[in-house]
Design a binder for this molecule. Structure first.
Ligand code: UD1
Length: 362
């Protein structure tokens, strides 16, 4: 086995994962830290079954992927097994870090972040948290009072973390989103409807879009649909009949470009996607995941809707007809579409977090 020990010595450790919404903010912070501190090692710790296990080996970052899994929704027996895996991963990190001490740990949440944050806490290594959702995840809630700082994506989360030293910064987005975006009103036919299901895809949204797409595309021959279904869902749906102008893909590597070329977007309201929509100056029809912990997706969506950047469609039995009612009039009316697409809002989250880290640790 490769000797992993040297990758942690004096390193800034980024940890966050399981889902894209937890991993990509960590990646954005790593990109920013590398530009700022070229001689400081930057190392990732994540889960071997999270999205980071696909993204990290393809990139430049030293990393350690551990055998951990989420607890939520598990049977009691499985939860005990998950707890054992977490304890074992944490013990391995503690043993490594006693020999090779990291400079600091930044955690962006999700089960992939649990071993590194718990190990940092146990060893007295300074750690910082970022919470991108409007309601905090279980790990952030547990560790927030002990974190040097908790960086928040949205103001709403602050009162939910009593005893923590919170600072509002926004949600870090990857470098590809830190640029000028073409405005939606500059786009010409064929117009594109982009459907985003979050990093894992959204079954209910997929089914509803497949049901409603033929009517939408028949009514508007100048439109096409690019639909990100999620890896497992794209496989499940690969033989399902679709309209010729309805493309179904498992994952989109350049979401920034997909947003830029979209005249209308339908999406889940994961926190990173919401932050990216703002950075790209695109509005969206948001369908919150009704089972998200503490209803945070509905709160994320509401935060965007309050800025006039989104309209919220609740997921219910009749999701297909609700979506049709929201999408169809906008396909035919550019003014209605542009009402959602406000000016891009520059995202300064990476700089704010790293300025804060620098002033704290020197
Ligand atoms: C089911 C679940 O647990 N969802 C949670 C998860 O969502 P999830 O990972 O789906 O949500 P987010 O919208 O926050 O993040 C998705 C990220 O993946 C990227 N992406 C997505 C699809 C794609 O094809 N290509 C791509 O690069 C997006 O650009 C974005 O950066 O984490 C979010 C942040 O804590 C939460 O708000 C969500 O409630």
């Amino acid at each position: 086995m490769r000797d992993l020990t040297p990758i942690f010595d004096g390193a800034l450790v980024l940890t966050g994962g399981g889902t894209g919404g937890h991993f990509f903010p960590a990646l954005a912070l790593a990109e920013g830290a590398r530009a700022r501190w070229s001689d400081r090692p930057i190392t990732f710790v994540g889960a071997c079954r999270g999205i980071e296990a696909r993204e990290l080996p393809a990139g430049p970052w030293p990393h350690l992927l551990l055998d951990v899994e989420g607890f939520l929704g598990r049977s009691p027996l499985r939860a005990v097994k998950s707890a054992w895996k977490l304890w074992r991963a944490m013990a391995r990190l503690k043993s490594l870090w006693r020999r090779e001490r990291p400079w600091a740990v930044i955690g962006t949440g999700g089960y992939g972040a649990a071993p590194a944050l718990l190990a940092a806490r146990a060893l007295g290594i300074p750690f910082f948290l970022h919470e991108s959702n409007a309601a905090p995840g279980a790990l952030v809630k547990l560790l927030a009072p002990k974190a040097r700082r908790v960086w928040c994506g949205l103001e709403a989360v602050r009162p939910m973390l009593p005893g923590a030293d919170c600072r509002l910064v926004g949600t870090p987005v990857r470098g590809a989103f830190l640029r000028d975006f073409r405005r939606a009103e500059e786009l010409t036919a064929p117009f594109r409807l982009l459907v985003l299901g979050g990093s894992g895809g959204a079954r209910a949204l997929n089914e509803a879009m497949l049901a409603v797409a033929p009517a939408l595309l028949e009514a508007h021959p100048e439109w096409e649909i690019l639909h990100q279904a999620g890896a497992a869902e794209a496989e499940r749906l690969k033989d399902r009949p679709r309209h010729a102008r309805h493309a179904l893909v498992p994952f989109i590597a350049r979401v920034d470009e997909a947003m830029e070329s979209a005249s209308l977007i339908v999406s889940r309201s994961g926190a990173s996607t919401c932050a990216e929509l703002k950075a790209a100056g695109r509005g969206a029809i948001l369908v919150p995941l009704p089972t998200s912990a503490n209803d945070h997706q509905r709160m994320n969506a509401r935060a965007l809707a309050e800025e006039g950047r989104a309209t919220v469609v609740e997921q219910a039995e009749d999701l297909a007809s609700r979506l049709e009612a929201a999408i169809l009039p906008r396909m035919g009316d550019a003014t209605m579409r542009q009402d959602l697409s406000k000016a891009p809002e520059p995202n300064r989250a990476v700089d704010l977090c790293l300025d804060d880290l620098a002033s704290y640790l020197g």
